[in-house]
Design a protein around this ligand. Sequence first.
Ligand SMILES: [Zn+2]
Length: 87
Amino acid sequence: MNPRIGDITDDYCTRCHRMTNHSVAAMVGEHVASVSCRTCGFQHDYRGGKAPARSSKTKPSAFDQVLAGIVGEMPKSAAEPKPRRKR
Ligand SMILES: [Zn+2]
């Protein structure tokens, strides 16, 4: 069944940077030309319902950066249990 204007379809929102529900805003022939994000209201060209491929040079996430900082700065002796002193 062909989509019609006002139908809800999934697409990648370039403002939300995620897949969200979109309303079909414009059609060219039988193809969806433009959609409107139902989360933020941003209208953009229809991307075929696919998220763009991520580039290979992705930055490490903030969590990974913080984790690397913590692990890198932790002294080795603190990670090992201290030997008990004999009386
Ligand atoms: Zn959006």
